[in-house]
Ligand binder design. Structure first.
Ligand SMILES: *Cc1c(COP(=O)(O)O)cnc(C)c1O
Length: 413
């Protein structure tokens, strides 16, 4: 029998328990320790958190669909009829008519021949990159890409070329070099569309043209653009009129559900069905979840979706102009992701705690989620926020920032 004894040596003479304890105390000392707050009930704008009420400004539920009764009803109908589980991976016996209907609706919505449903965006990115790339291939990636793209790229074994954020010339240099050094290789450019911690949008059209000119393929992760950007919510690629060979978006953000999909050519999807290990060897999502996502998609695609997006961007504008008026410096983001870069972990946590005490939940984002020295409050706006809630946030931010600055000034004297 194999047992892990607390006394067994691990690595450099420390037991596993000792290593864990040391690592945890280092994280605590560096203000990088993370804890979960417990939400009671629905994950809407008004939440009960650890027993108190607060207004949420850090969710990705951009259109307010996570608590929409019509979406829940679609899930309930299938749950009541067919139960919870899909019972196996899609290739064994887990592929349900609800999954297929959702895949068809998603493919049609984003204007691609086919789509494939994954249980999460993380699984989709890992599965796709590992399936498409071998060790002789080259992946050219924006340095601020989501962690799942980084891990998927590493897992693939391909040469990983990290390019400075949104640097089209950098992508070009990397592709030229790859062509000289590995003329036979598949060269794949991968980027987030909307960068999840900064809110800026990748230079999709220049990147797409570049890929075409250099014979490279393009993969775009549109987790934060899908449902939000574009006239009908088809996402950042529709807005910028680009068609990447590999399009990934998630169902856990603007659709208020969970899961993800990859869209592309018939051959791409058939190949992933054969080869994407995170899909092949994973239980298919509950059919009820697919039904919920399809109901959410119908709202996103319809007139109500357009109204919600209009409301969302009016909320973004209200927040930005409120901050501008009281001298809070935001970045250039025009999306619902509005970070306030603070710098130190300690100050970011202090701001977040102050806001929380005022009944506002804004997460403190720290390394390794963002580069060291760029810890930030990541404010996200949704269509479900009211003017009064946004004004309250701006006021509370102004007070928190100025009291922090006074504190720093006093401490510095
Ligand atoms: C959230 C996110 C993912 C992961 O999707 P999940 O469905 O939450 O696993 C992938 N990429 C980006 C850019 C994301 O923001």
């Amino acid at each position: 029998m194999l047992a892990v004894s607390e006394a067994a040596p691990v690595g450099a003479g420390a037991t596993l328990q000792e290593r864990l304890a040391r690592a945890l105390s280092q994280l605590r000392d560096a203000d990088l320790y993370r804890v979960r707050r417990i939400v009671d009930g629905g994950h809407g704008v008004q939440m009960r958190v650890d027993g108190r009420r607060c207004v949420n400004f850090c969710s990705n539920d951009y259109l307010g669909l996570a608590t929409d009764p019509r979406v829940a009803e679609a899930a309930r109908r299938v749950l009541a009829r067919d139960g919870t589980g899909s019972s196996a991976s899609a290739l064994i016996c887990g592929h349900n008519r609800e999954h297929r209907a959702l895949e068809e609706a998603l493919a049609e919505f984003v204007g691609r021949p086919r789509a494939l449903l994954f249980s999460s965006g993380w699984a989709a990115n890992l599965g796709v990159l590992r399936a498409l790339l071998g060790k002789d291939d080259v992946l050219v990636a924006d340095e601020l890409n989501h962690a799942s793209l980084i891990d998927g790229g590493r897992l693939s074994g391909a040469r990983y070329v990290r390019v400075a954020h949104a640097d089209v010339q950098g992508f070009d240099d990397a592709l030229r070099l790859a062509l000289v050094e590995r003329p036979q290789a598949l060269r794949l450019v991968v980027t987030d569309s909307v960068f999840s911690m900064d809110g800026d949008v990748a230079p999709l059209l220049p990147l797409s043209r570049l890929c075409e000119a250099r014979g490279a393929a393009l993969m775009v992760d549109d987790a934060h653009g899908f449902g939000v950007l574009g006239a009908s919510g088809q996402g950042a690629c529709a807005l910028h009129v680009v068609q990447p060979q590999v399009y990934v978006a998630t169902l856990g953000k603007s659709l208020g559900c969970a899961g993800a999909f990859v869209a592309g050519s018939h051959e791409l999807i058939e190949y992933l069905v054969q080869r994407a290990r995170s899909w092949v060897f994973s239980t298919a999502p509950p059919p009820a979840l697919a039904a919920a996502a399809r109901a959410a998609l119908a709202i996103v695609a319809g007139a109500e979706g357009a109204e919600r997006r209009a409301r969302l961007f009016a909320n973004v504008a209200r927040f930005r102009s409120g901050c501008r008026q009281c001298g809070i410096a935001l970045g250039a983001s025009e999306t619902p992701i509005q970070p306030l870069i603070v710098g130190s972990e300690t100050a970011t946590l202090a701001l977040s705690r102050r806001l929380y005490d005022a009944g506002l939940w804004v997460a403190a984002i720290r390394p390794p989620t963002v580069p060291r020295g760029t810890s930030r409050l990541r404010v996200t706006l949704t269509a479900a926020h009211t003017d009064a809630q946004i004004d309250h946030l701006v006021d509370a931010l102004r007070e928190a920032v100025s009291s922090l600055q006074e504190g720093t000034a006093v401490a510095g004297n």
